[in-house]
Design a protein around this ligand. Structure first.
Ligand code: NAD
Length: 477
């Protein structure tokens, strides 16, 4: 029986898009001294708004505002008072959740069901969670003295969530912040600035400066920034580590990953297939902890791949605002280019490439869910972060071979283990060099749980009690 697909688009009328946006400094939106840039919808290439590009003088003004607010107001305020502001922000995020979700999907390209059901609720949860710590710092074990001004630079894959991971613990500990969102996704950070105004947050406690790498460099290099918190690529993370070396600035780096999702032969196959799909196709695979390397035990590989392909055939790729969409748009033309190039390399190196038949929209940036089979350890698609909806499949015979293959990477952010045996889960969790190991699930984020990497995946932890250490004097883990 034929049926015609009926889309279920979320209305974008709830979002009040402005033609242009300034910088948020000292509680006000101000014009920048520099030029401006356009932010577009990656699903349609429509220009959404013109956004100010902060130059060195703007960054300096933001840092000065943050310093004033820190010295005069925020660090003097009792934790119980700071908590009230954080609770208020958390509640406003909940109240304006639909607006935030629609704007995030428009600017980023991620499916509305993810921004609505994952990103925004977890963002609110982070503010609630750290609000709870603000008056209990003496019980956390990392001291109670804030660092001062935190310079924070974040990527485009979870624009609002990465903001929450950075801003909520910093403020709870009594720091003030200058935050730069990524140049392709500035809009929800600017809406968050409006939320700070609505919450009556004292001017200068949160400052948002928009721009590209140059603006980020100006924040990192500013002499009056006490702490640099960065999430992004390993390459830029290394440059930042070099820039702050010897300055006395405290630094946390949350960088790239190439996680192994390991399926043993006793795992419930259908659940594992859901976990694999979630691991690599959630957020178009633009996830630092994406399960981009599937390691499957040889005896179940054929059956698992058959079921995985069947499941991939049901994924709906398209309009991020359609409530049925599973895989949205690739965030930028540049990222699409990187995914295409590395995928072509995979084919040239001899791996088998497969995607389900799926129609991609004519405009915008799209890449179909893709798997590569017959991948070997030496292949670039097994080694390099692809940051897209592309899965490399490798096989193993024994647990020790799985551990050896999983750890054979310069990264160490996350891993997944699928088995019915608790003892095997514990063994693998101990043996895998990864900051997070999920068992019989994947991509679960909770504000109470610390997150961070080993090796080239970064240093420091965000989230949970451990996340406070990054924003307190003497709070080394
Ligand atoms: P990116 O490193 O290119 O950019 C990240 C941010 O840094 C952007 O705001 C960018 O403008 C800014 N920037 C660029 N050059 C800079 C410089 N020299 N100095 C200061 N700031 C600079 O990364 P991206 O492409 O936006 O994000 C994708 C990367 O982020 C992936 O590698 C991914 O794994 C990583 N990531 C890591 C985590 C984590 O928690 N470990 C979370 C999300 C994303």
């Amino acid at each position: 029986m034929d049926f015609t697909y009926a889309p279920a688009p979320e209305s974008r009328s709830i979002v009040d898009l402005k033609a242009s946006y300034g910088l948020f400094i000292s509680g006000q939106f101000v014009d920048g001294h520099g030029s401006s840039f356009k932010t577009i919808s990656p699903a349609t290439e429509e220009v959404l708004a013109e956004v100010a590009e902060a130059d060195d003088a703007d960054v300096d003004a933001a840092v000065k505002a943050a310093r004033r607010a820190h010295t005069r107001v925020w660090s003097r305020m009792p934790g119980s008072e700071r908590a009230k502001y954080l609770y208020r922000i958390a509640r406003i995020i909940q109240e304006r959740s639909r607006e935030l979700a629609v704007l995030e999907s428009l600017d980023n390209g991620k499916p509305i069901k993810e921004s609505r059901d994952v990103d925004v609720p977890v963002v609110a949860a982070h503010f609630f969670y750290y609000a709870g710590w603000a008056d209990k710092l003496e019980h956390a074990g990392f001291g109670t003295t804030p660092l001062g001004v935190a310079g924070q630079v974040i990527p485009w894959n979870f624009p609002l969530l990465m903001l929450a991971w950075k801003v909520a613990p910093a403020l709870a500990c009594g720091n003030t912040v200058v935050l730069k969102p990524a140049e392709t996704t500035p809009l929800t950070a600017l809406l968050f600035a409006e939320i700070c105004q609505q919450a009556d947050l004292p001017p200068g406690v949160v400052n948002i400066v928009t721009g590209a790498g140059g603006t980020g460099q100006a924040i990192v290099a500013h002499p009056d920034v006490d702490k640099v918190a960065f999430t992004g690529s390993t390459e830029v993370g290394k440059a930042i580590a070099r820039a702050v070396a010897g300055t006395g600035k405290k630094v946390t780096l949350e960088l790239g990953g190439k996680a192994a999702n390991i399926v043993f032969d006793d795992a419930p196959i259908d659940q594992a297939v859901e976990g694999i799909v979630n691991g690599i196709f959630f957020n178009q695979g633009h996830v630092c902890c994406a399960g981009s390397r599937l390691l499957v035990q040889e005896s179940v590989a054929d059956e698992l791949l058959e079921r995985l392909k069947r499941r991939m055939g049901t994924l709906r790729v398209g309009d991020p605002l359609d409530k049925n969409t599973d895989v949205g748009a690739i965030n930028s033309a540049a990222q699409l280019q990187r995914i295409r190039e590395l995928s072509d390399v995979g084919e040239a190196e001899g791996a088998g490439r497969w995607s389900p038949p799926c129609e991609l929209p004519d405009r915008g940036f799209w890449f179909p869910p893709t798997i590569f089979t017959g991948v070997s350890q030496a292949h670039r698609i097994a080694r390099e972060e692809i940051f897209g909806p592309v899965l490399s499949v490798l096989t193993f015979r024994t647990p020790s071979e799985a551990v050896e293959k999983a750890n054979n990477t310069p990264y160490g952010l996350s891993a997944g283990v699928w088995t019915e045996k608790g003892s095997l889960i514990l063994h693998m969790a101990g043996a895998l060099k990864a900051g997070v190991v999920w068992a019989n699930t994947f991509n679960k984020f909770d504000p109470t749980s610390p997150f961070g990497g080993y090796k080239e995946s970064g240093q420091g932890r965000e989230g949970g009690r451990h996340g406070l250490a990054a924003y307190l004097k003497g709070g080394d883990l």
